[in-house]
Each structure stands twice: as C-alpha cells, then as structure tokens.
Write a protein that binds this ligand. Structure first.
Ligand code: AMP
Length: 215
C-alpha cells in the first residue's frame, strides 16, 4: 500500500494514518514530524526550516524533496508507506513522481480528506502536543483530553500549544493550504488517482480505503 493523504492541517490525516497502520504494513512518513524532529535536534535542516514553520509558511520545495528522497529510499518504505503532509505543492508532487519512478514504486492512491474550515479551526485551536520530540502525541482539550491536564499520558512529557497552532498562524496555514496544496486535488484527479472522503468519520475513511485496496 503506497498512499498519499491530502487534507488541510487538522483534517485528521495523522489519525487516519495511525488507524490504517494497525491493519497494513507501511511506514508512516510525516514531513511535519521529520521537520520538527530536525528542529528539536538542531540539525542544519532544522535551522533552515524553523522560520518557515513558525510563520506557518512552507519549507522550500528543494529542502523537502532532498529530505524525502532519502527517507523514501529507506528499507521500511519499500514495503509500503503513508505520506502525511507531503506533497504540499505541485513541484513536490512532480518531484515525488520522479523519486517513485526511480524506486520502481507505483502509488496505490491519493486520499483527500475534506473538512470545512470552521471545523478545522476549532480542532486545531484545542489541540495540545507532547513536547517530547520522540513522542509528539496529540491530544484535544475538548474531545480527547489527557488524564492529567498538561501531561502526556504516554511519556509524561509536557503538553504544549505548538508555535504554529495559534489562531493567527493557523489562519495563515489554511490560506497556504488553499493556495499551494489544494491544487493537488485536481492534479491527482486528472491522473485518475484521487479518492475523496468527507472528514467527519475517520472510521468511514479507513473503510473506504480498505474497499479501494480490495479493487
Ligand atoms: P504539519 O505537521 O504537516 O502541519 O507541518 C508543520 C509545518 O512543517 C508546516 O506548516 C510547514 O511549515 C512544514 N512542512 C511540513 N511538510 C511540508 C512540506 N511537504 N512542504 C513544505 N513545508 C512542510
């Protein structure tokens, strides 16, 4: 299974990815997680990426494509992958196409998760993330609170509002999504690879993906 998950920030890509991974062998590759790991570790890539991330903008395509060329060539990605947060621009999609040809991998499909903007704003603004870079577990103070306020159930780390999850930055990220990433819906539709799902129920999306995989 070689899938791309498309959807605005907060559409539920990470949740759907984790549910699918319980049923299918695949690597969960989230460019946001990899970048945050690099920022926390203070790598050269992390230093280059941080200012774009803090402003809610996109990290330049060349940096992302170099990073993903390496990541997709790793052994765990050969048996399957779920791409979460990549590609985010048409040049990234074109670059990914080339990388996959080199690796001899054919995409199984592109899943677009459609969620209204107001729902997304509500979701992201109540989100808290574990500050431990190795954990990054996500909670929601309204729908999925931790057992102890401000503390990660899994590792005991401190829960924080990410720098890029304040209202101003989230509104900017949604605009960046509309301008740069939403055009990928037409791009993959034209290739006959797109499957669209409303974002209300992660279970329904997983069922839809499983039905697609059986075809
Ligand atoms: P995410 O966790 O996927 O929402 O990503 C957090 C931030 O990382 C984004 O707002 C971007 O600044 C950056 N980022 C993640 N993936 C990409 C990508 N494929 N292209 C450019 N920037 C990215």
């Amino acid at each position: 299974m070689y899938l791309i998950l498309l959807g605005a920030p907060g559409a539920g890509k990470g949740t759907v990815a984790k549910m699918l991974l319980k049923q299918h062998p695949a690597a969960h590759i989230s460019t946001g997680d990899i970048l945050r790991g690099n920022v926390a570790a203070g790598t050269k890539l992390g230093l280059q990426a941080k200012k774009f991330m803090d402003e809610g903008g996109l990290v330049p395509d060349s940096l992302i494509l170099d990073m993903m060329k390496g990541r997709l060539a790793e052994a765990d990605a050969q048996q399957g992958f779920i791409l979460d947060g990549f590609p985010r621009t048409i040049p990234q999609a074109e670059g990914l196409g080339k990388i996959l040809v080199e690796l001899g991998i054919e995409l199984t499909g592109v899943i677009s998760i459609d969620v209204p903007e107001q729902v997304i704003l509500d979701r992201i603004l109540s989100r808290r993330t574990c500050s431990n870079p190795k954990c990054q577990a996500i909670y929601n103070v309204k729908f999925m609170p931790p057992k102890v306020e401000g503390v990660c159930d899994k590792c005991g780390g401190k829960l924080i509002v990410r720098d890029d999850e304040t209202e101003e930055v989230v509104r900017h990220r949604l605009k960046v999504y509309e301008d740069n990433t939403a055009p990928l819906i037409q791009y993959y539709e034209a290739k006959g690879q797109l499957h669209r799902f409303p974002g209300e129920s992660s279970d329904a999306i997983v069922d839809g993906v499983n039905a697609m995989l059986k075809k």
